[in-house]
Design a protein around this ligand. Structure first.
Ligand code: RTP
Ligand code: MG
Length: 137
């Protein structure tokens, strides 16, 4: 069974809609095998998003991700990585399909309510960045 890494981003936690997002995750058949609420420091956000460090939006993104708490999760399902990205929808909510998390909840291309790993290697890195083996059940 495949695992992926998910974040409910600050814009969604701030608006008290984490529960709505978690409901969509469970309704889609994912098992939540790890979950916690944390506050990232700016440097922890920079370490998490290091692949984007040359991108023009990197500094804004890391400030956003560290401005208030997030909920980090490990999700399990067959084909979890692709399935979670499909459920999230396109990065820019203007391009996201109806029924997706970003279409329903995202504020804009940056404050887009959720994160998902994009490949098995990034999922492994991202899960290990936030969870140890005893926290996954
Ligand atoms: P994520 O990594 O958060 O799941 O999102 P993604 O794969 O759909 O998008 P990615 O290209 O990896 O970008 C990471 C996050 O950076 C912010 N972003 N801002 N201002 C902009 O043009 C811009 N582009 C991306 C978003 O928060 C995006 O999810
Ligand atoms: Mg990405």
């Amino acid at each position: 069974m495949e695992r992926t890494f998910a974040i409910i981003k600050p814009d969604a936690v701030e608006r008290n809609i984490s529960g709505k997002i978690i409901s969509k995750i469970e309704e889609a058949g994912f098992k939540i095998v790890g979950m916690k609420k944390i506050q990232l420091s700016k440097s922890q956000a920079e370490g998490f998003y290091y692949v984007h460090k040359e991108r023009p939006f990197f500094n804004d993104l890391c400030s956003f991700m560290s401005r208030s708490p997030v909920i980090v999760m490990v999700l399990e399902k067959e084909g979890a990585i692709a399935a979670w990205r499909t459920l999230m929808g396109a990065t820019n909510p203007a391009n996201a399909e109806p029924g997706t998390i970003r279409k329903e909840f995202a504020k804009n291309i940056e404050e887009n309510s959720s994160h998902g790993s994009d490949a098995p290697e990034t999922a492994a890195f991202e899960i290990s960045y936030f969870f140890n083996a005893f926290e996954l059940v």
